[in-house]
Ligand binder design. Sequence first.
Ligand code: NAP
Ligand code: MG
Length: 405
Amino acid sequence: MSFEKIPMKTPLVEMDGDEMTRVIWQMIKDMLLAPYIDLNLEYYDLGLPHRDETGDQVTIDSANATKKHGVAVKCATITPNAQRMEEYKLHEMWKSPNGTIRAILDGTVFRAPILVKGITPYIPGWRKPITIARHAFGDIYKNTETVVPPGAKAEIVVTKADGSEERLTVHEFKESGGVFQGQFNVDESIASFARSCFNFALDTKQDIWFSTKDTISKKYDHRFKDIFQEIYDAEYAKRFAEAGIEYFYTLIDDAVARVVRSEGGFIWACKNYDGDVMSDMVATAFGSLGMMTSVLVAPDGTCEYEAAHGTVTRHYYKHLKGEETSTNSVATLFAWTGALRKRGQLDGNGRLVDFAGKLEEATVETIEAGIMTGDLAAMSTLPEIKKVNTQDFLMAIKERLESKL
Ligand code: NAP
Ligand code: MG
């Protein structure tokens, strides 16, 4: 078959990673991308050894390159702990690359499951993906808290720029001591979060729901509600109407009830803690971590695509021993297709957009034909299942892809 390779005008930023996902990364490139696309990639090796060699500068450089070019695709990476310090003989316990990149891009993380027939969510009514957007800044994650002895009075003091003080009594502790906590957020971060959410809703043509506990928290949570509404009215209402999508605010309790009863197909924007908890709940209810995608969207529209799972260490140790692995490559593959589609859209490269769609179709159809990795085989309700290893799964996708080109 003669296939004219698809050209790429602008570079896509590639962030390589660690362990099993690094192995899969190379297989995806070699088998499913390089034969069909004249890959124009700006490569950054975020594998732990290279992060250590560069004093983590490579992570910062990759984030700045993403800002410049607008789109990146990232492989899962190790966040070092004490055991990794020893294993990799590290100079320092480097920070989470995702945290560093997020701080530079100032983005919001959107997580969405990939649905296939034969893998039924624990909530069977969920027929379309539910995307969770988590505001990953402030609140209890940047709190100040203390244990309070009996008889103490706890106050909030705000010292303003002119030196004047606002003093509020939180609680006068009597016979029983207790606990006390202060937390904050900043308008600028809430506004960035709102814009990322509205942009992503427009990009993916999905409704967006936002929920807080504003009935109880009449200043703090209410501020979130107001900022979202002001930005929506001033900058997005018209574009939403044109796109035929909706912005909908509701109390978090009501949102939870509606989400469970829904059929999916929308974005749920959550405050930091709600998003932390709800994203784990939604991911579990939809099935395997190997089917969960993640994209970091900055308020200016810059996007970084990745799988939601980690480097799958347990499988990697098996792989190193020469044993066969059956690691699910779908979320990593969809990180690539998401990034290539976005690159294609920005560059007006119709062939690239089309290719990304066909590769996704080929992947979903392969699983729906019963060919799948072990994690899915354990959950599938299809009558006939063929459990395959990491490489054979990609090979089966490749065969299907070729019949579409
Ligand atoms: P993990 O890599 O997500 O794996 C946890 C377990 O989930 C695996 O052992 C496996 O279960 C299952 N699993 C996850 N992805 C799978 C896939 N694609 N196919 C099949 N099964 C899959 O989490 P972890 O073991 O807690 O973390 C490993 C490393 O990843 C850590 O160093 C952590 O720092 C890093 N991490 C990175 C990111 C990121 O870069 N975004 C995110 C999370 C964690 P079974 O063993 O039962 O098969
Ligand atoms: Mg969590």
